[in-house]
Design a binder for this molecule. Structure first.
Ligand SMILES: *Cc1c(COP(=O)(O)O)cnc(C)c1O
Length: 393
């Protein structure tokens, strides 16, 4: 399971932020160099045909599909997750024209909420975004709801929704579902087909290690793909892009969800990053992450009993991160980073640590705990330098 040699991690660093940006896979360096020199450099425009650049979105989609329990031919790659959320919501609303409610969780990732608000404004048809605490969502699933939009694993607490149950319940009232898999893909087993999910999207730069700005993936249930008229109708989603026809006609199935030119170099990096998952049992990977998360939580809480754990304990109800609240959270994370233990901070007071067993083992967690003890016992966090927030926290 441990594939540390597959990553180019700086010596001495304990990396607990693969839930935000996965580390550099060694193969990605070589793959990008090859794509630049042998493809872009040597082939120039011919690369679109000769190096298969135009097929990358579908080819990579088919590589991601098994990681999220989707069938071949149902996933495409490109654009950003924010765009994909917009696209999935628009598709769902168009398939439920009589219904006006987008139901989501209060505290969902801001971009998901903003995209919903922007879409509602753009449509101007009186849709509303209803954002409720997780516990109130089942009761709010009524026949007014067009789509239930949820992030499967909460980006702050790491709490995980029951995708199968909520999807079934949404379908019971005739609503569709859009699942954001940002903190699921590559971290835990996802079963889109088995759950009968309608739409899903996720990013590839977190647990999938595709690199900063790596493109998003998008899933639509095949029966929906065939009848959806995309609101973001890009030329590469057209049935015949190189006819350059003035009017849009959607391509078959997932092809219609493509929008613009694929980021070829970034996709070369992602392709190489996905090699690391060949033969990895994602259920076993998640089980290992839970063990590491518990080890870290127990150790950190022993060092600093004031930490308030936000992550649920039930392994079935959480992702591969652990989060704590503490009033000095930001400064603590900064001081830890200075000690070579990289986690991150989310406003207002959350310390967040991702557990990625592809390159972390129990020894790393013990080292992280020792360094956290130095930060707390030496009050290293109590330094004015750690009170000013960086642009990216
Ligand atoms: C990381 C994340 C995003 C990011 O969207 P981008 O368009 O890739 O910036 C969206 N939603 C969730 C839940 C995330 O965790």
């Amino acid at each position: 399971m441990l594939r540390r040699d597959a990553f180019d991690l700086p010596e001495g660093v304990i990396y607990l932020d693969g839930n935000s940006l996965g580390p550099l896979p060694r193969r990605a360096e070589a793959a990008v160099a090859r794509a630049m020199q042998a493809e872009w450099g040597a082939m120039l425009i011919r690369g679109w045909n000769e190096a298969g650049w135009m097929d990358q979105p579908d080819r990579l989609g088919d590589r991601i599909a098994p990681l999220i329990g989707a069938a071949p031919g149902t996933v495409t790659v490109g654009e950003t997750l924010s765009i994909r959320v917009f696209q999935g919501l628009a598709a769902a609303l168009s398939l439920r024209p009589g219904r006006k409610v987008i139901l989501t969780e209060a505290g969902n990732f801001p971009s998901d909420l903003y995209m919903a608000q922007g879409l509602i404004d753009a449509l101007g048809q009186g849709h509303v975004l209803r954002a409720l605490p997780a516990t109130e969502i089942p009761a709010a699933l009524t026949d007014e709801v067009a789509v239930l939009m949820l992030t499967e694993v909460d980006y702050r607490s790491g709490a995980r929704h029951d995708m199968a149950a909520l999807t079934a319940q949404a379908h019971g009232v005739g609503a569709l579902t859009l699942w954001d898999l940002a903190h699921s893909a590559g971290a835990l087993p996802v079963a889109l087909t088995r759950c009968n999910a309608d739409f899903a999207a996720g990013c590839t730069y977190k647990y999938l290690n595709g690199g900063p700005g790596a493109p998003a993936f998008f899933y639509a249930r095949p029966d929906h793909s065939e009848i959806t008229r995309p609101i973001l109708a890009g030329w590469l989603g057209h049935a015949a892009p190189f006819d350059f026809a003035p009017d849009y006609a959607p391509g078959p199935g997932r092809a219609r969800f493509r929008i613009g030119t694929p980021p070829v170099l970034q996709m070369a990096a992602l392709d190489a990053a996905l090699d690391i998952f060949d033969g990895v049992d994602i259920a076993a990977l998640h089980a290992r992450a839970i063990v590491l998360a518990d080890r870290l939580a127990t150790g950190f809480e022993a060092v600093c009993p004031d930490l308030r754990r936000l992550t649920p304990m039930d392994p079935a109800r959480r992702g591969s991160q652990i989060a704590f609240a503490h009033p000095n959270g930001y400064a603590m994370v900064q001081a830890l980073i200075a000690q070579g233990v990289i986690g991150d901070f989310r406003a207002p007071d959350i310390l967040r640590f991702g557990l990625t067993p592809l390159y972390l083992d129990a020894g790393d967690i013990d080292t992280a705990i020792e360094r956290f003890a130095q930060v707390i016992e030496g009050r290293l966090w109590d330094d004015p330098a750690y009170r000013t927030r960086n642009k990216v926290t």
